[in-house]
Design a protein around this ligand. Structure first.
Ligand code: 3PY
Ligand code: MG
Length: 253
């Protein structure tokens, strides 16, 4: 999406919805909420590729950038996400420089990478001709590598310095599990926050956008304080619970 890279670098938090449930109309509704974009979670959500293709079109139709967290750092899945019109791909469990290079290679056409040409939805979404799409694709599609293991923390600067990468995205649940050797799931644990400080610093050194899954205002504010700007703010399933709590709050029953 034109202007998205500039928006992500302007220093203002970019807060987005996170969807785990499939549904074209649901995606259209969520894209109209007052947040900056919508992520479809194809790793842990219940969304398959046919669902995602329709949902991406609905999100783009609402004028918001569509973000896809792919099932795995796999070139076929990354190409598929961009071909259906996603603006940003987030790849899970990127643990080495070689894996970060593979992510960029799958996402970019030559000379930056080896993305394979095909499809039409991405051309429709960009509102250009196929030949024009080729010219703008590498600069308008963005990739984030997820940092969520000890291995990734050990290779942080090697990963962050890979050309073509736009940002690092912390999976704080997996990271907290890894750093506690499986003892706790705590997105605000001291060890997780200390590691995230290092991720934010690596992003700053390499002119990358620092992103993370957050999910609550308290967590978001903490991560913003550490320098994170690209944040998953609310999750579809949680919105139903929060909305229901608000709908019956104060009712005399
Ligand atoms: C994590 O926190 O591990 C994630 O992958 C976010 O969903
Ligand atoms: Mg994870």
């Amino acid at each position: 999406m034109a202007g998205l890279r500039e928006r992500l670098h302007d220093g203002k938090p970019f807060l987005f919805s996170w969807m785990s449930m499939p549904g074209l109309h649901l995606a259209g509704q969520i894209a109209r909420l007052p947040l900056d974009g919508v992520t479809l979670d194809l790793q842990h959500g219940l969304i398959d590729f046919a669902d995602a293709a329709a949902m991406v079109a609905a999100i783009n139709g609402a004028g918001k950038p569509a973000i896809v967290r792919v099932l795995w750092n796999d070139p076929g899945l990354i190409g598929q996400a961009f071909d259906c019109g996603a603006s940003i791909v987030i790849a899970p469990m990127v643990n080495s420089k070689a894996q970060a290079e593979a992510l960029v290679k799958a996402a970019k056409y030559p000379p930056m990478g080896q993305r394979s040409w095909g499809g039409y939805a991405m051309v429709q979404a960009a509102k250009v001709t196929p030949a024009e799409y080729l010219k703008v694709a590498n600069s308008t599609t963005l990739v984030f590598a997820m940092i969520e293991t000890r291995e990734a923390l050990d290779a942080l600067d090697d990963i962050a310095s890979v050309p073509g990468l736009d940002g690092l995205f912390v999976g704080p649940s997996d990271l907290s599990i890894a750093l506690s050797n499986g003892a706790e799931l705590n997105r605000l644990s001291a060890a997780t926050l200390a590691a995230m400080e290092k991720v934010a610093a690596a992003c700053k050194r390499n002119n990358l956008v620092a992103g993370a899954f957050a999910g609550t205002p308290e967590i978001m504010n903490t991560y913003i304080g550490l320098g994170f700007r690209f944040l998953a703010a609310s999750v579809d399933v949680d919105l139903l619970r929060l909305g229901t709590d608000a709908a019956v709050k104060g009712v005399n029953i």
